[in-house]
Design a protein around this ligand. Structure first.
Ligand SMILES: [Zn+2]
Ligand SMILES: [Zn+2]
Length: 399
């Protein structure tokens, strides 16, 4: 591999040389050292090859960008690290040299991310598939990530569904809910290790380093399994190193009166335990209310369909109506039509936030009389004769 930035010297141009300057010098030198013009001259042939190599890279904008940034060019490195002075290059550490470069944190991140594949394929794939920038992106973002993971971490929230009866939702209820939540392991106190003697890391055989190939380049990485320590601490036998354990627990939940289907209740601190003395998450309970045979909930109102007879509709009547409090009296006026709605004030559901009750909405459904005897038939015939009304009059007038 050529020494760093030798190409510019080879072509006799400054590092900020323009394209045409590079081309001009190349032509001059290529003519000078061309084997045809220097038969039998080995050193001229060597110089000619070097000039060709240098020009091959410096004449290609993308190759030159890679070369400027890394000090050498390889087809395995796609450009994109940013041009010198650009934003990305400021992240580049001084004197970067792949031989001793430490990819530990990149590897660790690959290991932490579920489904990201093994560390080996992650690193090698990064080079082959154009992920070079990503690889450095991950490397340089590690400080921030590490801070995030080493401090107290809040536990995750839990979500449970709860089915309750209609009447429980109206009056409120107390429910015992069985949940599974993570608690800090009582054996290791959340550390995940049991202390005591350590064992040799099988991944690196105790050396703390593993070797990886990426194309033609060979990397020495800090062993991802032991973080370069060469030895593994004994994993806690109870939580298997997780530090948290799943425990069944019964939580008593108070459902307030008037809870609606789909409402979500929060029980603070009953989610999963946090890490590093972080607080526990919360428990969220989504309430599902089973439907009632005839009471229908609409916000704080209760809706009901009430069957009435033709006589009640025509003559008017006082009718007993079921409400969530028991029976109530509804005055149906004379000449009530099918589908007409009546409101019983404050016979709906208690809204504890507004501290007021909703209404009950009664929709009347007129039922035709069952004609089973001659007397009824007679009366209906008589009715037809006295009331000459045509209920379809309006309909026909619009045809
Ligand atoms: Zn444990
Ligand atoms: Zn190891």
């Amino acid at each position: 591999m050529a020494a760093q930035h030798e190409y510019y010297e080879t072509l006799g141009v400054p590092k900020d040389a323009k394209e045409d300057e590079i081309r001009k010098n190349y032509r001059k030198l290529a003519r000078k050292y061309h084997p045809d013009l220097n038969p039998g001259d080995k050193s001229a042939e060597e110089r000619f090859k070097k000039v060709q190599e240098a020009y091959d890279v410096l004449s290609d904008k993308k190759k030159r960008e890679v070369y400027d940034q890394y000090g050498f060019y390889s087809d395995n490195i796609p450009p994109g690290g940013g041009s010198p002075g650009g934003g990305a290059s400021q992240q580049r550490p001084p004197n970067m040299d792949f031989g001793g470069f430490d990819f530990t944190d990149f590897v660790n991140q690959q290991r932490r991310a579920p489904g990201a594949g093994t560390a080996g394929t992650g690193a090698a794939g990064g080079f082959g598939g154009g992920g070079f920038r990503d690889l450095f992106g991950q490397f340089f973002s590690r400080d921030r990530n590490e801070e995030e993971t080493s401090g107290p971490e809040k536990g995750s929230d839990l979500e449970y569904g709860l089915n309750i009866e209609f009447w429980e939702s109206i009056r409120g209820t107390q429910v015992k809910l069985s949940i599974n939540r993570q608690e800090v392991c009582d054996v290791c106190n959340g550390a995940g290790t049991s202390g005591g003697a350590t064992t040799v890391c099988p991944e690196c055989d105790g050396t703390g380093n593993v070797t990886q190939m990426a194309g033609a380049m060979k990397f020495t990485l800090t062993c991802p399994r032991c973080d370069g320590k060469g030895r593994l601490r004994n994993v806690c036998p109870k939580c298997h190193g997780d530090g948290l354990l799943l425990h069944p627990e019964t939580v008593e939940v108070r459902i307030p009166p008037g809870a609606q289907s789909g409402s979500r209740l929060r029980v603070a601190g009953k989610g999963n335990a946090g890490r590093n003395d972080g607080p526990s998450g919360d428990l969220y309970i989504t309430v599902r209310v089973q439907p009632h045979p005839f009471f229908r909930r609409e916000g704080d109102d209760i809706e009901i369909q009430l069957p009435i007879t033709v006589s009640e509709a025509g003559l008017g009547a006082k009718i007993e109506v079921p409400t969530i409090d028991g029976r109530a009296l509804l005055k149906v006026p004379q000449g009530t039509q099918n589908g007409q709605k009546f409101r019983l004030r404050e016979k709906g559901v208690m809204n504890s936030r507004k501290n007021r009750r909703g209404d009950e909405i009664v929709e009347v459904v007129i039922q035709a009389p069952k004609v089973q005897d001659e007397r009824t038939r007679e009366l209906l015939r008589e009715l037809a004769q006295v009331s000459a009304e045509d209920p379809r009059q309006e309909l026909w007038s619009k045809v």
